[in-house]
Design a binder for this molecule. Structure first.
Ligand code: NAP
Length: 319
């Protein structure tokens, strides 16, 4: 077995601590060699305050994994690619479509791997749902993604600033699953966005999509849900009904639970070891193949919602 590849984490915050650091500690493919973060560090790991100093000091680190908020991702990603490093990006991959397209072009021109991650796609029942849907005649898809922002993003002001996406920060996870499992193109056809009167990004959104075959596809996102949290995709097809529940970790068909992974669906991914383990395994495969994985579809739907969305103003939001 070859030695693990050194990787640097950029932005040591909530998701770096909750997921990236444990996933890297368990990874046979990577070792955490350094961090770049203005205020935080990881005990025993070489720490830099920013990406420029990290890149200058550590030419031996070929890969950077960026876990900062989307508004500040682009500059660091560009610096890393210009310095000849491979890059993995947290979701959403950036604040605009054009900055991410620029990164895709840059990575391609330098023959570097760029990985736009969508962690929810790695949930254990997503591949099974994709496999089930592939030969069905779909009548409707209804997404309900309702959670409590105070519980999941305590004090994170960036989510309310332009580029922070508001309720689309979790909502884009639902769209990443939808675009992974849906067999055919979908176009956003309408949106209602609910903005707190004192904030720049929406706290709730209703979306509808056009499917050329006539299925009714819709989504409801809400960040004001206390108590039970709901991350669910309900599918009605001529052949039966399916529910992808708990953020993509369970699938029931006509009320009966199914095995998490459908036979033959992505057998090379070990979903059971968790979303972030699967993301780093995929990054290792991309590096080995000299390839990139750059699907922008979820971000494109969000951008379209901001373009088309009716604006509704609601009560101010305070933590
Ligand atoms: P976070 O903790 O608020 O931010 C991560 C770190 O980025 C901060 O601790 C900060 O570290 C650094 N940073 C650099 N510039 C910043 C700026 N202008 N404003 C705020 N922080 C800045 O955020 P997070 O929850 O880890 O989310 C980061 C990304 O991961 C987001 O795109 C999010 O959608 C995604 N994600 C989050 C979760 C989750 O459960 N939280 C789950 C999946 C994906 P320094 O101050 O040390 O520089």
């Amino acid at each position: 077995m070859s030695a693990p590849t050194p990787v640097a984490l950029v932005g040591v915050g909530k998701i770096a601590r909750d997921q990236h650091i444990p996933a890297l500690a368990a990874s046979p493919d990577f070792e955490l060699a350094a961090t770049a973060s203005r205020n935080a560090s990881v005990e025993g790991v070489d720490a830099y305050r920013d990406v420029t100093s990290l890149l200058a000091a550590r030419p031996d680190i070929p890969c950077l994994s960026l876990c900062t908020p989307p508004q500040v991702r682009y500059g660091d990603a560009r610096r890393a690619l210009e310095a000849g490093r491979h890059v993995m990006l947290e979701k959403p991959p950036g604040a605009t479509i054009s900055e991410v397209e620029d990164l895709i072009e840059l990575a391609k021109s330098r023959s570097l791997s760029l990985y736009l991650t969508w962690h929810s796609r790695q949930n254990q029942a997503v591949a099974a749902a994709r496999s089930w849907l592939s030969d069905k005649t779909i009548q409707s898809v209804s997404i309900t993604w309702k959670e409590d922002v105070r519980r999941w993003h305590p004090g994170q002001e960036w989510v309310w600033r332009p580029g922070g996406l508001g309720v689309f920060d979790p909502g884009i996870n639902a769209l990443s699953i939808l675009t992974e499992i849906y067999p055919g193109p979908l176009r956003l056809s309408g949106a209602k966005l609910v903005f707190p009167s004192n904030r720049q990004t929406p706290i709730a959104a209703s979306l509808s999509f056009q499917d050329l075959k006539g299925a009714a596809v819709s989504a409801e996102f809400d960040w004001r849900q206390e108590g039970r949290q709901t991350w669910e995709i309900r599918i009605a097809a001529v052949e039966g009904d399916a529910v992808l529940g708990d953020g993509g970790s369970t699938l029931t068909v006509d009320g009966a639970p199914t095995a998490p992974i459908a036979p033959g669906a992505a057998p090379d991914l070990d979903f059971l070891q968790g979303e972030y383990h699967a993301l780093y395994a995929q990054f290792a495969r991309l590096l080995a193949a000299g390839a990139s994985d750059t699907d922008l579809a979820p971000l494109r739907h969000v951008a379209d919602a901001f373009l088309l969305g009716e604006r509704i103003v609601t009560a101010p939001f305070d933590w």
